[in-house]
Design a protein around this ligand. Sequence first.
Ligand code: ZN
Ligand code: ZN
Length: 408
Amino acid sequence: MTKQISVNSRSYRLPSVPTIIVCIDGSEQEYINQAIQAGKTPFLAELPTFGSVLTGDCVLPSFTNPNNLSIVTGAPPSVHGICGNFFYDQEAKQEVLMNDAKYLRAPTIFAELARAGQRVAVVTAKDKLRSLLGHQLKGIRFSAEHADQVTLEENGIENILERVGMPLPSVYSAELSEFVFAAGLSLLTKERPDVMYLSTTDYVQHKYAPGTPQANDFYAMMDGYFKRYHDAGAVLAITADHGMNAKTDSIGRPNIVFLQDLLDVKYGAQVARVLLPITDPYVKHHGSLGSYATIYLNDGDRLCDVTNFLKGIEGVETVLTRSEASERFELPKDRIGDLVLIGERLTVLGSTPDNHDLSGLTVPLRSHGGVSEQRVPLIFNRKVVDLDPARRLRNFDIIDIALNHLSQ
Ligand code: ZN
Ligand code: ZN
């Protein structure tokens, strides 16, 4: 009889060979397409002959934390509770950082696999994700960013910097993600975990469009590691937390709707509070600008009026009330504002010009957060079997497919 575990109302078979789940941060599908066309990724080019390439939807907002948490819990934000980097605590009257594991409302599949006796390893690029993803996990868990500080007690491993043989990478670099894959290979060779989760950063995708030499080189680097994992006999399942699009006009100027400014001019200050849940400690490459915003109103009577005003703003694609948004996007009602706004594909939603430092933007703005960045790849180095063709695939189905729906 196959052994299985149940997590967040879904069941997962225990893996029979090492299974590696990869989340390529910000991997708009066009990146892989272009890298294949340029001949830079021979493994991915060959993969359809023995594997499967599918497409699915990520969760909204199409940001890093909500989606990484969805992938590792197999559930939407309404279940796990993480719907951005920030929410507004209306009782405490302050913006609260949601990077702490205490805000997580569901167990991760990895923690449960470890409890079932599986050897689990989680490697992230940035350290902010490590504490959330490694929550209550008995296993190896560390970030490339803090690879120089790992201890057996905190991270389940030591001397990883020496083992990988790369210098500690900068948090704003392609090497930060490369370190994740190199560490993954070292773990696969030595500890041979039953399940491993590798999560990169979208530094490259924020800076470089699909098909550019820098983007192609980044995908070539990953392709080399994918081939080595494959050759080592691992099951490989690759997805993305969200896509990525240019957010500019035709000559590269950012298209920004400064919502707080517009609302203050129209209704006066203190009526509406704009919160941008993309805001995080690492803003250099996007200036805290994404295509998603949530708005808290101090005067509930103005809901209709404000909604209509926002719907009329060019670049705003969708305006939803709290209950509409929580239903359509499976969001936790208590951690979103009275309104949820989605920007059009080429537009980002900002607060006021003073709140966004664009000095770090050395190239035309590329970002995410909206419905336009929802389509992501689901790629496997085995054939997918027994999957209902009518099913709407999500990036958080990746572990289900990897453990339950691949040919042996
Ligand atoms: Zn991301
Ligand atoms: Zn990003």
